[in-house]
Each structure stands twice: as C-alpha cells, then as structure tokens.
Ligand binder design. Sequence first.
Ligand code: GZL
Length: 329
Amino acid sequence: MIDRSIRQHLSWFDTLKQHLLTTVLCVALPVCSVSASAESLTIGFSQIGSESGWRTSETESIKAEAERRGYNLKFSDAQQKQENQIKAVRSFIAQGVDGILLAPVVETGWDQVLKEAKRAHIPVVLVDRGVDANPDLYLTKVASDFREEGALAASWLAAKTNGKCNIVELQGTVGSSAAIDRKAGFDAVISNFPNMKIIRSQSGDFTRAGGKEVMESFLKAESNPKKDICALFSHNDDMALGAILAMKEAGIKPSKDILVVSIDGVPDIFKAMMDGESNATIELNPHLGAPAFDAILAYRAGKTVPKWIKANGPLYLPDTAAAEYNKRK
Ligand code: GZL
C-alpha cells in the first residue's frame, strides 16, 4: 500500500508530466486546446442538506460539474447536522480521496477534522460558507462576501425609505457564517441612519416553514403590523417566501404594506416580484463547482491558490423579474 503522501507526490508528478507533455505537444502542433486537466479525480463533497431552493441548486450544479469533468464525486447530505459532516469528511479521508468540498453548516468546531485532512495531504475547499479556523487548515473558500450582501440590502432599503424604517429581520441558521455576516453587513449600514432600526429579529433557519412561522409571530406581536412594520429583511429568499405567505394570511399586502428584501435570487423570488409580492433580491451564485475543482487542480499542479475566491451577485428589482425568472426556472 503506497503511503498516501508518496502517492500524492506520484500523482502530482504524473499531472506535471501530463501537463508538460500537453504543453510540448501544444508547442509542436499548430492547434491544441489545453484543457484544465484530463486526470479524473475522486472528490468527497460534504453538503449541509436541502433546506432551501438555493441549496438544492448548488448541489445540482456541483454534481453536474463533476459529471462533466468525469470526476468520481462521493456525495454526503448531512441533514443540517455538523456531526454528520465531520463523519463524512473522516470517511473521505479514510477513502483517500483527491480533494474534499465542504459546505460548513456553522463556523466553529472544524479544527480537528481539518487537521486530519491536512495530515493526509487532502486539500479541503470550503464552498458557500466559511469556518472560524486557521486558514492554513483549508486550501481556499469559494463563497460570497456575505457582509457585502447585507450592506447592499440595507443600502437599497435606506434609499427606498429615505432612511426611515422599522425593520423585522429573519436570520439564517444560527452560527452560520452566512447569517452572522449578512446581519453584520446590514447592521453596519443602518447604523448610519438614526431612523432605521431592527425592531424584531429571529432565526428562521433558512427554510420557508421557518420564515412563515417566525413572521407569524412578528405580526402577532404588533398591535398594528401594517403601521408598526415598514420592511422585512430576510437572510434568504426561502424564508422571505414563507413570510410573504404569513403576511397574505394576515391580510397584509407584501411589498406594499411591508417591503420585502432578501438574498439568493432563486426562481420563486422572481415569480413573487412578478406577482407584486417582493421588492428586491440579491443573487447568490450556486455554481461553485468549477472554481472549487479548479482550485484542487491548481493545488495538485503545485500552484498557489488564494484563500478566498469571491463571487458576489447583483441586486435585482421587479422591473427585470420576468426576464430573470425565465432564465432561471
Ligand atoms: C449562503 C448559503 C445560504 C443561502 C441559503 O452561501 O449558505 O444557505 O443563502 C442556504 O439559501 O440555506
């Protein structure tokens, strides 16, 4: 049984040889497309679960990219539990995979298992969320800047309301980098507006059911919700879609009586905009497979990889909702 690290170097040498061969051939031959690499990798992917439409799109996109490249993708759905993710990563290490994609459900508690992957010379790429651990313990993070997303949502709301708005907030999964940083970015911007304040804030765990349930409690807690609440800031579209349902059931017109701004850019939020029920969404790119796999190839070719590969999306409004919906549905 060749020791893993020797095998790793052998395979690195093979890659280098292949690369050199391709390059030489390319120089010699008039036409040549230098593909990223012909090598077929075995990759472990520890996914959080399927809590939102965006998460499902991310999973489908990463699986499709692995298929396109002819990679052997070992997929694990953690059902939102960190212990299941840690078990999956340990199993990938034991199987001697060439790389690991990890979408960490929460920020903390990863040091030990990341150290084990590093000791096994297996690169770990964080996809769509971050961890509170030494960056030396993972190859790179392919994720949006969530603070920017929160700040963009707040800036849009400040402009829409001339800096005067009582806001209710649906937070994402407690302890997740997406929820922590989207809130931080949003709070930082509204702190510049004395008449903008968050009057209620609670986690809906990034799900439609969670968003509906929490929004129902927000509405019940106000004597006159239409007057008392100016806007909803939701950390993702799925919770906003649940909240829109709660508003309608309470006889409140979403996006008119209460403004709605959220993040992800899933097809159904564009449909809600077309129905006059949502005001703004910020797109989150679910196609993280290619940059993640390319980072692993770069690592195997001995190249340096930046610690954060950022992919932030734009804010969309109802005026382009139909076109965006048709593109995504
Ligand atoms: C953010 C991602 C979030 C999405 C939600 O990168 O982790 O988790 O915004 C998903 O839809 O549940």
